[in-house]
Design a protein around this ligand. Structure first.
Ligand code: HEM
Length: 394
C-alpha cells in the first residue's frame, strides 16, 4: 500500500488500520517505486527502536535499492532517507560520540532564558500581523518561530542567520536547485563555526566546538539540529493551535485557562504526532517479529502515528493529558534529545497567541496538509481575531 499521496495524507489512520490487519510490520510503497516496511503497532515500534543498533541499523548504507542506484534522484524519499554524515544516520561509537556532543550542548541551555527568547520572538512576529485582524498562523508564525529560536540558540549573527534560513527554505522547495541551496547552507554553517572558534560565547555552536567536533562535523551537526527541530516544532504548534481553536473539547477552555496548554500538547503528541513515520531502520541479517520475516536491505519505517493509535493500547480520549507514554519523540538510542525544549518552545508559542489575539477563530474549514509520509502538519492555518489597536510598546 502507498503511504504517500493526497488520499493517504487526508486520512493516514485508515491506511494504518488496513496495514495493521496484515501484520505488526507490513510492506509499503514509501514513495513512487521506493519499497519498504512500516510498523503498525506500538510493540513493533518499540521492538525496532530498542534493538537498534544490535539487530537493526540506522545507517542507510544497508539500503540495497540505494546502493544499486534504483532510487530516483528526484524521489522525495531520498531527501529524508539518504545518508548524511551526522548522528541521525550513524550507528555504534560514531553515533554515541556525536550524540553526546549534542546532548551535552543542549543540556547547557538555560530554559528560563529560552522562555524569554521565545516570548520575544513570538511577540515580534505577532506585532507584525496583530493590527490586521487576520493572518496565516503557519506562514507568519509557527514556521518562522522555531527557526528564529534555533538561530538565536546557536548564537548566530543576523546576516548568517538569514543565509541559513533562506538556504533551508530553498532546500525544501522542490522547484529550487537543491544542490546549490545545500552548498549555500554548508557555507553559512561553516562561517558560523569559524566565527565561534574565534569568539566562543554561551551558545550551542560554541558548546559543540568545545565538545571537539571538526569543521565538517560542525556543519553536519548544525544542519541536523536545525533540521530536526524546526519542522516538527512548527507542526506541533500548528496542530495544537488548530485543535484549541476548533475542537469542541478545547474550544474556549484553553483560552479561559480551564485546560492548560500542556494538555492540548499531550493530546496532539498522542493523536497527531508531528513526525508521523520516520527512523528508517535496516534488519541486520535474518530478523523475524511475531512470525514475520523481515528482509534485509529494505528500509523499515517506524510509524509513531500508528503506534500511538494502536487500538490495543486502549487509551480513553480524556486520558492523554499528562501521559508521556506516546512515541512522538521516538525511543531508544536515537530518541529525540530535546523533548523538554520542544515543549517549552511550543507552550510559550501557543500561550502568546492566545494571550495576544482575542476572539481567535478559524477563517477556513478547508485546511491543506503537508505531504504526510514523514510529517503531520498544516501548510496554512488562516485565522481571524480582534485587531490590536495600538502597538504593545515592547
Ligand atoms: C515537537 C518537536 C519535536 C519532535 C516531535 C521531535 C521528534 C523527533 C523524533 C521522532 C526523532 C527520531 C528521528 C529518527 O530516529 O529518525 C528526533 C530526533 C532528533 N531530534 Fe527531535 N523532535 C522535536 C524537536 C526537537 C528539537 C527542539 C531539537 C533540538 C533542539 C531536536 C533535535 C533532534 C535531534 C538532534 C535528533 C537526532 C537524535 C539522534 O539521532 O541521536 N528535536 N526528534
Amino acid at each position: 500500500m502507498p503511504i504517500y499521496g493526497p488520499a493517504f495524507t487526508a486520512n493516514p489512520h485508515a491506511t494504518y488500520a488496513v496495514l495493521r490487519s496484515q501484520g505488526a510490520i507490513a510492506p509499503v510503497e514509501i514513495a513512487p517505486n521506493v519499497w519498504g516496511y512500516l510498523t503498525t503497532t506500538y510493540r513493533a515500534a518499540l521492538h525496532l527502536l530498542r534493538n537498534t543498533p544490535n539487530r537493526f541499523a540506522k545507517s542507510p548504507h544497508h539500503w540495497q535499492a540505494l546502493a544499486t542506484g534504483q532510487i530516483p534522484a528526484d524521489s522525495p524519499a531520498l531527501m529524508m532517507m539518504q545518508p548524511r554524515d551526522n548522528a541521525l544516520w550513524m550507528d555504534g561509537q560514531d553515533h554515541a560520540r556525536l550524540r553526546h556532543a549534542i546532548t551535552s550542548s543542549l543540556s547547557r541551555i538555560d530554559t528560563h532564558a529560552l522562555s524569554t527568547t521565545v516570548t520575544t520572538i513570538a511577540d515580534q512576529l505577532i506585532d507584525a500581523f496583530a493590527p490586521s485582524g487576520t493572518c496565516d498562523l503557519v506562514g507568519q508564525y509557527t514556521d518562522p518561530l522555531p527557526m528564529l529560536t534555533m538561530i538565536e540558540l546557536f548564537g548566530s549573527p543576523p546576516d548568517i542567520g538569514q543565509r541559513i534560513v533562506t538556504a533551508i527554505s530553498r532546500l525544501f522547495d522542490t522547484d529550487q536547485d537543491a544542490a546549490a541551496a545545500n552548498s549555500h547552507l554548508e557555507i553559512a554553517c561553516l562561517a558560523l563555526t569559524h566565527l565561534k572558534r574565534r569568539t566562543p560565547q554561551p551558545d550551542i555552536t560554541s558548546w559543540l566546538i568545545a565538545a571537539g567536533l571538526t569543521d565538517e562535523e560542525m556543519v553536519q551537526t548544525i544542519l541536523l539540529v536545525i533540521g530536526a527541530s524546526t519542522t516538527p516544532s512548527s507542526n506541533l504548534i500548528a496542530n495544537a493551535l488548530q485543535r484549541i481553536i476548533t475542537h469542541g473539547r478545547f474550544a474556549g477552555s484553553v483560552h479561559d485557562g480551564i485546560h492548560p496548554v500542556s494538555d492540548a500538547l499531550d493530546e496532539v503528541l498522542w493523536t497527531d504526532p508531528p513526525v508521523s513515520n520516520y527512523s528508517p531502520l535496516y534488519a541486520l541479517g535474518h530478523q523475524t517479529f511475531e512470525g514475520l520475516v523481515l528482509q534485509s536491505g529494505y528500509p523499515i519505517l517506524v510509524s509513531f502515528a500508528a503506534a500511538n493509535g494502536d487500538p490495543t493500547l486502549n487509551i480513553a480520549p480524556g486520558a492523554y493529558a499528562g501521559n508521556r507514554g506516546h512515541l512522538a519523540f521516538s525511543a531508544g538510542v536515537h530518541a529525540c534529545p530535546a523533548p523538554d525544549l520542544a515543549r517549552v518552545i511550543a507552550e510559550i508559542a501557543i500561550e502568546r497567541v492566545l494571550d495576544r489575539l482575542p476572539h481567535l477563530s478559524a477563517a477556513s474549514s478547508q485546511l491543506s496538509r503537508r505531504p504526510g509520509t514523514f510529517h503531520s502538519g498544516l501548510t496554512s492555518l488562516p485565522v481571524h481575531f480582534q485587531p490590536a489597536v495600538a502597538p504593545t510598546g515592547r
